[in-house]
Design a protein around this ligand. Structure first.
Ligand SMILES: NC(=O)C1=CN([C@@H]2O[C@H](COP(=O)(O)OP(=O)(O)OC[C@H]3O[C@@H](n4cnc5c(N)ncnc54)[C@H](OP(=O)(O)O)[C@@H]3O)[C@@H](O)[C@H]2O)C=CC1
Ligand SMILES: CCCCCCCCCCCCCCCC(=O)OCC(=O)COP(=O)(O)O
Length: 315
């Protein structure tokens, strides 16, 4: 009996020591100061609103030389004015740089090549590329036009792929750079009535995972960030099955994370060169594990979610 108690006690001590070491390791990771972004050339797509705009603000405050990208020049200009007036030079020891702008549509492949040249012409190189721009979708697969599936893929997948591939040779030549992509929890799990969006984010995750492995040898890190709901206009701007705008601010979006908190997490992930970051609460995080460890249960939960949503729509 004593022997069993002794073995049990030793196991308990080992368990406690392991937890202690793990917590210490996480604390050390948190305390790691990371790379400074002062004067770093940071390119942000989708900088005209939501998360992209907040990223512009926090990277600007960190002293980065920004190249802001979007489809609408006047909205980008507004962002430049807003961020410069929110954190004036006098408030910080960091030297701030007036952001530059490049206007183009990510869904137009030819425009992306030209835009990459313009981006490189701003400072001669890129230190950090943040592929943030994206569009969401609401719809039932049975009623969704194939052109809508393609359009969402063009913006969320082929756009970032084309821009990344156009900027990579310069990074490889310099053996320096950092590629970041804003994916989504839906790049890890697929939920009903989001086929085009979830598919584009799954493809994004896969492409940038491949890229990470291929370009590590050139000292170019790749960071995939997968947030849960963020309080932006993503759902309002989402496209539906017939190509029209959804136009509704969903409750899940309205009650999501503050874009500034997500932007600060992006800044942290960049400075720590993190590889894969999920920024979500316990339920989506559990769902991601469930998808791998107990897929049958995950699929049941998703079917039940689909039935409930359909019933809700009919009522
Ligand atoms: N909000 C959320 O709940 C979540 C968002 N995300 C991801 O975060 C990223 C940012 O979205 P968020 O800020 O929330 O949404 P917003 O709708 O506020 O911002 C999307 C940005 O992408 C730009 N964009 C859209 N289509 C194109 C295009 N064809 N070419 C160039 N730019 C384009 C928009 O520009 P324009 O103003 O010209 O339309 C806008 O600046 C997306 O990748 C999204 O998938 C991930 C998880 C959760
Ligand atoms: C044994 C108990 C198991 C409990 C598991 C809980 C399963 C809960 C399912 C949770 C699904 C979470 C979906 C989260 C989706 C999300 O955060 O997406 C982020 C976005 O990109 C939002 O885009 P959208 O256009 O969909 O608003």
């Amino acid at each position: 009996m004593d022997l069993i108690a002794g073995v049990g006690g030793r196991s308990f001590n080992i368990f406690c020591a392991s937890i202690g070491l793990l917590l210490l390791y996480r604390l050390l990771l948190r305390l790691r100061s990371g790379t400074s972004l002062q004067d770093a050339v940071v390119v942000i797509t989708g900088a005209s609103s939501g998360l992209g705009k907040e990223c512009a603000q926090v990277f600007y405050s960190a002293g980065a030389r920004l190249v802001l990208c979007g489809r609408d020049g006047s909205r980008l200009q507004q962002v430049v004015q807003e961020i410069s007036s929110k954190s004036p030079q006098t408030q910080s020891s960091k030297h701030r740089h007036t952001p530059k702008m490049v206007v183009f549509d990510l869904a137009e492949t030819n425009a992306v090549g030209r835009a990459a040249e313009e981006i490189l012409a701003c400072y001669g190189h890129v230190d950090v590329l943040i592929n943030n721009a994206g569009i969401s979708y609401r719809g039932n697969i049975l009623d969704t036009q194939l052109s809508v599936q393609r359009d969402v893929m063009e913006t969320n997948y082929f756009g970032p792929v084309a821009l990344t591939q156009a900027l990579l040779p310069s990074m490889v030549q310099r053996r320096s750079g950092h590629v970041v992509v804003i994916s989504s929890v839906q790049g890890k799990i697929a939920i009903p009535y989001r086929s085009a969006y979830a598919a584009s984010k799954h493809a994004t995750q896969a492409y940038f995972d491949c890229l990470r492995a291929e370009i590590e040898q050139y000292k170019i890190p790749v960071t995939v960030i997968s947030p849960g709901y963020i309080r932006t206009n993503l759902s309002v701007n989402a496209v539906t099955g017939d190509g029209t705008k959804y136009g509704v601010l969903d409750k899940t979006t309205a009650t999501g994370w503050e874009p500034r908190d997500v932007a600060l997490a992006v800044l942290r992930a960049v400075s720590l060169k993190s590889k894969d970051v999920v920024l979500a609460g316990p339920a989506p995080t559990l769902a991601i594990y469930l998808r791998t460890l107990w897929p049958a249960l995950f699929f049941k939960l998703m079917s039940s979610r689909a039935r409930k949503e359909q019933k809700h729509k009919i009522e």
